[in-house]
Every structure is written in structure tokens, then in C-alpha cells.
Write a protein that binds this ligand. Structure first.
Ligand code: PEP
Ligand code: MN
Length: 347
């Protein structure tokens, strides 16, 4: 991917900021959100017109009519407009409506047939396309989706990191697993990579920190969900910011002067940060199970401390730790502290 064009010809200064609601719900909601964001200087507006939902029964988007609302945003505010396409037909309709940026969502980029169908529909157009990572941390699947689009002549291309689904969620809705987008960037040095902190975090309080973390890692921009009245949003209510909150957030972001070559330390620190978050989430879950065991012991009159169980736990975990390359003394010390805390809770 050597011959990529800028995502948008007239977008130059600073990180690319795309903002707007998860879903276009009504003309009024779209216009009010867009007007507030445009007044604060946001230049690219996002809104989902077709919403792929994990489970049936949720709001699946206002559909084709909402393309008209987006076109109106473009006309009245001058913002570029972006929406998600999940089928070849969506792509055709979006191109016809003059959508500037089309994105493939995580559920779509997981499916090579869907991606190919969209790529075929886009062939010959000068549209900008964003490819979100697939739901699983599969670098090849993500690269493959980007290549399918690129191979149909699309040169305004960027990737979006929105985190990965886990069976057990930790502090975030989707695990950031930063090393995957970092590897993608190493593979395609000229490909812009944006971050979607809203879908990683899953709650509005997490968005600011994730946004700064992404910029520290050298991401080229952010796509953030913003709704005029987040509490009433028909999808992703917990993670959307009001336009005011969003503008406050973007005004506090710091962009470092580092080049991609200076990134390794920042990248590794971000990886450590996310591993520490996972460790803490695991410890909290372990303590919660301990608490339940304590409750059971109390109800059945079983004594809290059972030395055989502790001995067995120590030796099996030490052996396992050794296999993972961990020092036995280190593993025993950690287990001792965890065990102490468990007992304290059970008392
Ligand atoms: C979205 O952007 O609203 C969306 C559905 O995102 P994702 O595909 O990342 O889940
Ligand atoms: Mn969303």
C-alpha cells in the first residue's frame, strides 16, 4: 500500500477527529448533534444508518432515509459525512447519497464475502474507506479486508482500531490489545490508523484516557461517539458523550512530536498498562469468587483455612509458573499475598 492518497484532500492539521452519534435516529437528533459539533470545529460527522446488532430485537438503524439527513448535514454545516456499510447494496446507496467516508464495521470486516462484495461495489469510486478491525484479534483477517478494498482501486484508506471481543469482559467493553494495531502499522507504514475509544471503552468515563493513549501511541486520529442526548440514545447509550463533553475532551488532548521511529517505548508502556489493567480485573474476579466460597463455608460450617488445599494450590501453581518461565519464589510470594487477602475477605 505505497500509493495511498490522503483520506480527505483538505484535512491537514492535527489528528483526524470524526464524531457523531452511534446511530442516526431522527432528522432532529442528527441535525442538532451535527450543528453542535460543527460549531465546535469538528469537520467530520459520523452516524450509523444501518446498524448490525449482535442480537435481534435492538434498534437496527433508520435505514436509507437517514442518508438524506446526512446529506443535509453536509449541505448545512459543510462537514464531511461518514457512515457504516455492511453490504454491496449499502455501499451503492451511500455512494449515491454522496457520503464522503464509508466504514466497514467489526462484524463486517470479520466476513471476507461481505468485504469482497463491498469492495466490488466501491470499485472505481474515489470514496474514502475505513476498515474497522474484526471482532477477534486476527491481524491477517484485518489486513485481508484492507487488501480487498485496496485491490479494487480505493486509495483513500485507513484502519480503525475498536478493540476485540472477549468472552469475559474486563474494565473495557472491548479489549484494546494494542499490539495488534501496532503490528498493522508496522506492516503498512503509510496506512493511517485511527482509534475508536468509544467502542473499546464502552462507557463514557473511559473515552478520554483511551483517546490520549491512542495519540501517545501515534494513532492518526479518533472516531468518537457523540449524541445530543446520550441517555436517550437507541444504541450504545452508555458510551456516548454530549457534543460539549466531546469538545472539552478533544481540546485537552496532547499530540506528541514523536515520529513513528520513536514509538517503541510508548508502545511497550501502553502494552504494560493494558496488561496491568487485565491483572487487576482478574484479581478482582478472583476475590469475588473467594468471597462466594467464604459465604458457602459459613453457611455449611466449614472452617476457613484448609492447609491441604493451600499446599496443593502452591505446588500446582508453582509448577505451572515455572513452565511459563516465571521464577518459583516470585510465584509463591504472589500466591501468598493473594491467599492472605482471600482469607481476610472470608473472615
Ligand atoms: C459503530 O461504529 O457504531 C459500530 C457498530 O462499531 P463496531 O463495528 O466497531 O462495533
Ligand atoms: Mn456504536
Amino acid at each position: 500500500m505505497e500509493d495511498l492518497k490522503p483520506l480527505l484532500d483538505s484535512y491537514t492539521a492535527g489528528p483526524i477527529i470524526i464524531a457523531g452519534p452511534c446511530s442516526a435516529e431522527s432528522r432532529r437528533q442528527v441535525m442538532q448533534t451535527a450543528a453542535a459539533l460543527a460549531a465546535g470545529g469538528v469537520r467530520i460527522f459520523r452516524a450509523g444508518v444501518w446498524k448490525p446488532r449482535t442480537k435481534p430485537g435492538g434498534f437496527e438503524g433508520a435505514g436509507e432515509q437517514a442518508l438524506g439527513w446526512l446529506a443535509e448535514v453536509r449541505r448545512t454545516t459543510g462537514m464531511y459525512i461518514a457512515t457504516e456499510v455492511a453490504t454491496g447494496r449499502h455501499a451503492e446507496l451511500a455512494l449515491k447519497a454522496g457520503i464522503d467516508i464509508l466504514w466497514l464495521g467489526a462484524r463486517t470486516s470479520s466476513s471476507p464475502f461481505a468485504v469482497q462484495e463491498i469492495a466490488d461495489a466501491l470499485s472505481g469510486s474515489d470514496a474514502a474507506v475505513l476498515v474497522k478491525n474484526p471482532v477477534s484479534p486476527d491481524l491477517e483477517l484485518w489486513s485481508g479486508a484492507l487488501e480487498r478494498i485496496y485491490n479494487r482501486g480505493i486509495r483513500r484508506l485507513a484502519a480503525v482500531h475498536r478493540g476485540f471481543s472477549l468472552y469475559e469482559t474486563g474494565i473495557y467493553r472491548n479489549d484494546p490489545h494494542w499490539s495488534v494495531p501496532v503490528m498493522l502499522r508496522r506492516r503498512y507504514p503509510s496506512l493511517p490508523v485511527l482509534c475508536d475509544p468509544s467502542h473499546i471503552g464502552g462507557r463514557r468515563e473511559a473515552v478520554a484516557q483511551l483517546s490520549q493513549q491512542a495519540l501517545d501511541l501515534g494513532f492518526d486520529g479518533l472516531i468518537i461517539e457523540s449524541h445530543i442526548s446520550p441517555g436517550e440514545a437507541l444504541s450504545d447509550a452508555a458510551q456516548q458523550l454530549t457534543p460539549d463533553e466531546l469538545l472539552r475532551l478533544t481540546s485537552t488532548l496532547k499530540v506528541r512530536g514523536e515520529s513513528r521511529d520513536d514509538m517503541p517505548i510508548t508502545e511497550m508502556r501502553a502494552e504494560i498498562d493494558s496488561l496491568d489493567d487485565e491483572l487487576l480485573a482478574l484479581l478482582s474476579r478472583r476475590m469475588e469468587v473467594s468471597g462466594r466460597i467464604g459465604e458457602y463455608k459459613r453457611r455449611h460450617g466449614i472452617k476457613i483455612l484448609q492447609p491441604e488445599r493451600y499446599d496443593e494450590l502452591l505446588s500446582s501453581r508453582s509448577a505451572h509458573g515455572l513452565k511459563l518461565g516465571l521464577d518459583v519464589k516470585f510465584v509463591r510470594e504472589i500466591l501468598r499475598i493473594i491467599h492472605e487477602e482471600s482469607i481476610r475477605r472470608q473472615m
